[in-house]
Design a protein around this ligand. Structure first.
Ligand SMILES: [Zn+2]
Length: 236
């Protein structure tokens, strides 16, 4: 017997699916290519924003690899950044202990991004190389209202849990296609905090979705619905 509440449930699910969930979310990319049915957040360097208008939705920040070469002007531009159309997030920014040794300067520049993300009320997209402890420490200190997203996550599920239990989202990229360990770890990651991305690779976001759906034994529609819901919560 079909109960009234089931009819309502089915109706809402259908509406939900047709309205939004057919869109893929590419949470972090360096590509400007516009793809049908994909919401992409294209990464832009703060030094590029001044003369350009972007039609894509984008994020903006100072990458930790740039820190040694940027001028005071660039930092000032970041500090005075106001809300711009299509600006969805701050970053990528963060800490990289392999490519950049000066942790204190990196923390300082990263904190400017944290403050900006709080001021504008938009999420922060984070580059993290061997700096999880520092990032979690800064999260404790700043207690941000805006959501944080660790992009390019490729570590174990214990670390994933460290982030997700603090309400920090994690985003997985193209290396899920052939990294066996990451594929195993994915099964233990809290799906409420999962995003997907293609970063600077040529792999299509749809291919990444399809691989993740297979690993998690989910239909493509269900995975799209889960990630879209995360997007809506994170970017409200
Ligand atoms: Zn990137």
């Amino acid at each position: 017997m079909l109960l009234l509440k089931d009819i309502f449930f089915n109706f809402n699910l259908e509406t939900e699916l047709s309205k939004h969930a057919m869109k893929y979310i590419n949470i972090h990319t360096h590509s400007f290519k516009k793809e049908e049915n994909v919401i992409s957040i294209t990464n832009i360097k703060i030094s590029d924003i001044i003369n350009t208008q972007y039609k894509n939705t984008f994020s903006i920040g100072i990458h930790p690899w740039e820190i040694n070469t940027i001028t005071e002007d660039v930092i000032e531009t970041l500090k005075s950044l106001k809300k711009i159309e299509n600006l969805l997030a701050i970053g990528e920014c963060g800490i990289d202990k392999i490519k950049n040794q000066d942790i204190e300067i990196q923390k300082k520049i990263f904190s400017i991004h944290i403050n900006k993300s709080e001021e504008l009320g938009i999420p922060l997209i984070i580059h993290n190389v061997k700096a999880s402890n520092e990032i979690i420490e800064l999260h404790k200190i700043h207690k941000p209202q805006s959501k944080w997203i660790i992009h390019g996550f490729n570590k174990n599920s214990i670390l994933a849990k460290e982030f997700t239990k603090r309400g920090i989202y994690i985003s997985i990229g193209g290396n899920i296609l052939n990294n066996r360990k990451l594929q195993e770890n994915l099964k233990d990651i809290d799906l409420e905090y999962l995003f997907l991305e293609n970063d600077d690779s040529d792999i299509s976001i749809i291919e990444i979705y399809s691989c993740v759906a297979k690993i998690l034994d989910l239909s493509m529609d269900n995975l799209k619905l889960i990630i879209f819901d995360n997007y809506r919560r994170c970017f409200k």
